[in-house]
Design a protein around this ligand. Structure first.
Ligand SMILES: [Ca+2]
Ligand SMILES: [Ca+2]
Length: 254
């Protein structure tokens, strides 16, 4: 927010704002914020909705960073932004595509750009599955008693489906095991601001992290103090949620 205010102040005092200096950026250029579902699968035909700004008139989506991808635009439309949600993070329009990535599509390498009469969008980096076993989150997993059992390593694909949704997972671990837990969400544009807490079997907190490495995505490393069951709880730091609040939760021993 401070950065935004600074930009606003700069635009006000300066006669040559960045918009005027650059010949091309049109104010109606599309912007891709995130994908729903957030995680794409290599080697599979899938429907993906890209949410962002000025996407309602998009006719074409380009894939870059990988050869052999197939993409088809299925439709585009404006969508409502709930009152209490940050529009710049949630987006006000979307384009639905059918995407088929080759099986060697790598996490971090595939980018998508939406094209309309307003120009080309940013290159959005798609979150693509890697070799970790992918596990879909299963509701209702909102408490210790209903925690979803998982085994390490895994990459959970979940959603903070509504306001105040809590996603709880549990795993068994041996004393001394170093476990790294990482959320991939905000860095791929998801509106989710993840916050992670790890609990021991007796439900006492071992550690909790909101943001890490300059991102809203938490990363947490714990050394297990004893043999037993451990719980991982994932929430949105602002208690917001929705079908578009997707995240990937990577849990593995180091
Ligand atoms: Ca959930
Ligand atoms: Ca956070």
């Amino acid at each position: 927010m401070r950065f935004f205010l600074f930009l606003l102040a700069f635009a006000f005092v300066s006669p040559t704002s960045s918009q005027e200096k650059q010949p091309n950026p049109k104010k109606d250029a599309p912007k891709v914020l995130y994908a729903m579902p957030l995680v794409a699968k290599p080697n599979e035909k899938q429907k993906i909705t890209l949410r962002g700004k000025n996407l309602a008139s998009v006719k074409e989506v380009k894939v870059t960073g990988i050869a052999g991808a197939k993409v088809k635009v299925l439709g585009a439309k404006a969508v409502a932004v709930p009152n209490n949600y940050p529009g710049e993070r949630v987006g006000d329009s979307e384009v639905e595509i059918e995407l088929e990535l080759p099986k060697d599509a790598k996490l971090g390498a595939v980018t998508l750009a939406a094209v309309s009469d307003g120009g080309d969008s940013n290159a959005y980096t798609l979150l693509v599955r890697d070799d970790l076993p992918a596990v879909a989150e299963k509701e209702d997993n909102g408490g210790f008693d209903t925690a979803q059992p998982v085994s390490l390593p895994c990459a959970l694909e979940g959603t903070i489906k509504s306001e105040k949704d809590v996603d709880v997972f549990k795993f068994e671990g041996k004393k001394g095991l170093k476990v790294r837990i990482e959320v991939q969400g905000a860095r791929f544009g998801s509106p989710v601001d993840g916050c992670l807490t790890v609990y021991a079997a007796d439900r006492t907190v071992i550690d909790s992290v909101d943001d890490a490495n300059g991102s809203a995505d938490p990363v947490l490393t714990v050394v297990l103090p004893r043999d037993g069951t451990y719980f991982i709880a994932m929430i949105d730091a602002h208690d917001l949620g929705g079908a578009n609040f997707g995240y990937r939760l990577v849990v593995k021993a180091e």
